[in-house]
Design a protein around this ligand. Structure first.
Ligand code: MLT
Length: 411
């Protein structure tokens, strides 16, 4: 008899985005004439930067030649891409990161889950609430939690509330934890961390021997030059943090797949006997065994993000989406709604009107305005009473969505 991983049976309903899709599909089946505007899942809509497309086209041509063909690449990524990333994203910001501490991958969603492979089963873990659901579900699947309570909170996890009262900035864990997931700019609240706030986290992690899993997938959307883009801009972070970065949101690689994870060589975990073990070595070993690397063509595309043309085109993409976020913020504020985020992140976190529940507001916008958002409660119990709107769409669609919401709210 084949046994299954019964930890999966603890998972709540479907993964959030497929569940939203299921509801949209049901609505569309009943209302085939409805022209939906999707501001739900954070999937980009603008085409790839021309510099990336051209680099990939050139690489693809080369793959069809005897001299330009590439078979298996290094599992950790080609050195030329790792070196380029280090120069632009780290050394130019004064972060002491080396090329062989960069591990190229096919996505931050995969890496933030897969990282659990190299960590023990008995770590005390903290997540924010609301949170990107992948961090929680991956821990449930790995058997790191007990069952969920009727609010959807799993026993064995410490939830750090992100609320308007604490400016969506999580309090430090008490009692102490070994592992904490942080995401800045934040998905879903759109909040961003200052240098002083990140320093508090690094100091906390170092004094408790904890590890910070820092998801910086949205760093390109930071507008204020004073705000840190990387945890490694913070002194001491090399001893307590792993960082996840992605080309999905800045350069539109959601369908192309390329990301990277930074594991400093100075980072250690411990065996039960207290012996220090290099996490860099473990992650390298894990990737060499379970991953065959990102395709050569895609890595050439990612390299082009850092070319002068690529940088200008990425800046333009960010500008388009951030202007959308500003339009969403402005229009909804004009309707008297409380809105958060959207200033350094492509997500606007909207307080539902009249203490309405998240799914109720989702349904109201879907039925009344044919606009799709993401219910805040899907990101955790503390997300109840909020809805997330994504700025990833065309300006025309965002403006049309806001006009429809205004009309439906005024009725
Ligand atoms: C989101 O909508 O939260 C994102 O699409 C999640 C992701 O990047 O996987």
């Amino acid at each position: 008899m084949v046994r299954v991983n019964t930890h999966y049976q603890k998972l709540q309903a479907g993964y959030l985005f497929p569940e939203v899709q299921r509801r949209i599909k049901a609505f569309s089946a009943e209302h085939p004439e409805a022209d939906l505007i999707r501001l739900g899942i954070g999937d980009v809509t603008e085409p790839l930067p021309a510099a990336c497309r051209d680099a990939m086209a050139t690489a693809l041509e080369a793959m069809g030649t005897g001299t330009g063909f590439h078979g298996y690449g290094p599992e950790q990524g080609y050195h030329w891409l790792r070196q380029t990333i280090v120069q632009h994203d780290y050394q130019q910001r004064g972060c002491p990161i080396e090329a062989d501490e960069i591990f190229i991958s096919d996505g931050s969603k995969c890496d933030t889950s897969n990282i659990l492979d190299i960590l023990g089963d008995d770590n005390r873990i903290a997540v924010t609430d609301p949170v990107y659901p992948v961090y929680v579900d991956a821990n449930v699947m790995a058997g790191h939690t007990g069952p969920a309570d009727d609010q959807g909170r799993y026993s064995g996890l410490q939830y750090l509330p992100l609320t308007a009262d604490n400016d969506f900035c999580a309090p430090l864990p008490a009692p102490p934890v070994d592992l904490v997931y942080l995401c800045f700019p934040n998905n879903p609240t759109g909040a961003v961390a200052t240098r002083a706030q990140l320093q508090r986290w690094v100091d906390y992690a170092r004094s408790h021997g904890a590890l910070i899993l820092f998801d910086a997938a949205y760093e390109a959307f930071i507008q204020d030059p004073e705000l840190p883009h990387s945890i490694f801009e913070i002194p001491g972070a090399r001893d307590c943090a792993i960082e996840f970065r992605s080309f999905s949101k800045n350069a539109g690689f959601t369908g192309t797949r390329c990301a990277f994870t930074v594991v400093p060589k100075t980072l250690t975990g411990h065996t039960r006997d207290g012996d220090a073990v290099s996490l860099w070595q473990l992650w390298g070993r894990r990737q060499s065994t379970k991953f065959n690397g990102v395709g050569y063509v895609v890595q050439r595309g990612a390299e082009a993000v850092y070319s002068p043309a690529g940088q200008a085109q990425v800046a333009q993409l960010v500008k388009v989406y951030m202007k959308n976020a500003a339009v969403i913020r402005q229009q909804l504020q004009g309707l008297g709604l409380a809105v958060y985020g959207g200033q350094h992140a492509p997500y606007v976190w909207v307080k539902t009107p009249d203490s309405m529940g998240s799914w109720q507001f989702f349904d109201q916008l879907l039925n009344g305005a044919h606009v799709v958002g993401t219910p805040g409660i899907g990101f955790g119990a503390a997300g109840e009473g909020y809805l997330r709107l994504s700025a990833f769409n065309s300006r025309a669609q965002v403006e049309a969505a806001m006009a429809r919401i205004a009309q439906c709210r005024l009725q």
